[in-house]
Design a binder for this molecule. Structure first.
Ligand code: RNT
Ligand code: ZN
Length: 412
């Protein structure tokens, strides 16, 4: 179907496809660097990721150096319509020095900043509280040993400063997201003490006020992980309360709840008490498996909520998945485009009509509308978006993805 007929069909429903396309073009997605190398990073002696994070697979083409990762990212962004962001973890430093986690500085990341400036890409940041000998017990900021807590607080403080410098250099605030793996494999006796220690460490870390125009603090909760099945210190309730009291962003990761919970439902509930929100869009399969996101009901529900609840202006959309069994660049590109497709479909909803039916308790109309809408020509509008942004789609996209994968498959 041509874009013009699609446009007319949407207009029949009172939907302006041009408005949807313009809005979509302004929504940045923060693409996570760690899909490119299976969460390994570039620290001299980083081994397995630890902390319950597990990329599985051995597909050829893993980026082994910052230069390879940037080449893969350049390619990925060239396949994704719009202008976006990169979410870096501290272990992705690019330097000949070998700073400890408590010694990292902005200069260890300047090649990333130069690259981002050149490419017109915003940066976000994350301290790395895993894949380190001082995190081997799965305890960091809540460790009973003050020396270990202080080490990680120092890492967190430095990460905030690095994020602030990045945001300042690029003229757009970097979200600095704190996720710690802290928890217990078996049932703990004193959960309160662990949570009080985590809270005190976070307070220490966040004590230096930094300019919100440069850096935004976020905290990420989790339900459980491998090795911390019995208790995660930074649970959802812990961080929801913390974020509200301390006015940080709350990061909702779609894999960090019971599999039957509806994460989209949480957005409006949390948003009433919070300022900005950070999303880690992911696809848990039976557990926090971090599969590449599909254009499925969960992602669509999330996008619909962002639009319907008018939360796009204060939600930072980050992705969090890693699959090493398929082309890593294809995973990035298809996953990110899926997020955009879901946003486009949400922006093409006749929301006034739907809301009107709901307010009038006319659930028959709401039901008929939502189901009939599933047959609308979203594909034609998406194709138009890609064409205007000079990005391939369909078979042309697949060929480009295959060609690039073939070009990196020889990496050792
Ligand atoms: C882990 C969290 C966290 C990580 C990244 C690498 O369960 O989801 O966001 O995936 O920091
Ligand atoms: Zn996450």
């Amino acid at each position: 179907m041509s874009y013009e007929s699609a446009k007319a069909q949407f207009a029949d429903w009172g939907v302006d496809t041009e408005a949807a396309l313009s809005r979509l073009a302004t929504i940045p997605i923060s693409m996570h660097c760690w899909q490119g190398d299976d969460v390994v990073g570039f620290e001299p002696k980083s081994g397995t990721s630890g902390g319950g994070i597990q990329a599985t697979g051995n597909h050829p083409g893993r980026a082994r150096t910052p230069a390879e990762l940037r080449a893969d990212l350049d390619f990925a962004y060239s396949m994704i319509p719009g202008s976006h962001r990169l979410n870096l973890h501290a272990i992705y430093m690019d330097t000949d020095e070998t700073p400890g986690r408590d010694e990292i500085e902005f200069r260890h990341f300047t090649p990333w900043v130069d690259w981002a400036r050149e490419a017109g890409i915003g940066l976000d940041f994350n301290p790395t509280f895993f894949a380190h000998e001082k995190a081997d017990d799965n305890l960091t900021l809540s460790h009973p040993d003050k020396g270990i807590r202080d080490f990680w607080v120092e890492h967190g403080c430095r990460s905030r400063e690095i994020a602030a410098e990045m945001g300042k250099a690029l003229g757009s605030p970097a979200v600095n997201n704190v996720w710690v793996p802290d928890g217990y494999k078996d049932t703990p006796i004193d959960r309160m003490a662990a949570r009080a220690r985590l809270e005190a460490s976070l307070d220490d870390m966040f004590s230096e006020p930094l300019n919100a125009a440069h850096m935004l603090d976020a905290v990420e909760s989790k339900l459980f992980g491998i090795g911390v099945e019995a208790c995660t210190v930074g649970s959802h309730e812990f961080y929801l309360g913390y974020a509200i009291r301390k006015r940080t962003l709350l990061c909702l990761d779609m894999g960090h709840f019971h599999p039957t919970e509806n994460i989209a439902d949480k957005l409006s509930a949390c948003a009433l008490s919070l300022g900005d929100i950070l999303l880690h869009v992911s696809r848990p399969m039976r557990w926090d498996s971090d599969h590449v996101i599909l254009l499925n009901d969960d992602i669509q529900a999330m996008a619909n909520e962002l639009v319907s609840a008018d939360l796009l202006g204060r939600t930072h959309i980050g992705l969090d998945f890693f699959d090493a069994t398929i082309s890593r660049t294809a995973a990035w590109v298809i996953g990110t485009r899926n997020m955009q497709k879901a946003l486009l479909r949400a922006l093409l909803l006749p929301l006034d009509r739907l809301k009107q039916a709901e307010t009038a308790l006319d659930f028959s109309t709401r039901f008929m509308l939502t189901e009939e809408l599933k047959d609308m020509p979203y594909g034609a509008v998406w194709q138009e978006f890609c064409a205007r942004m000079e990005r391939p789609e369909g078979m042309a996209l697949i060929k480009d993805l295959e060609d690039y994968q073939a070009s990196v498959a020889g990496r050792g």
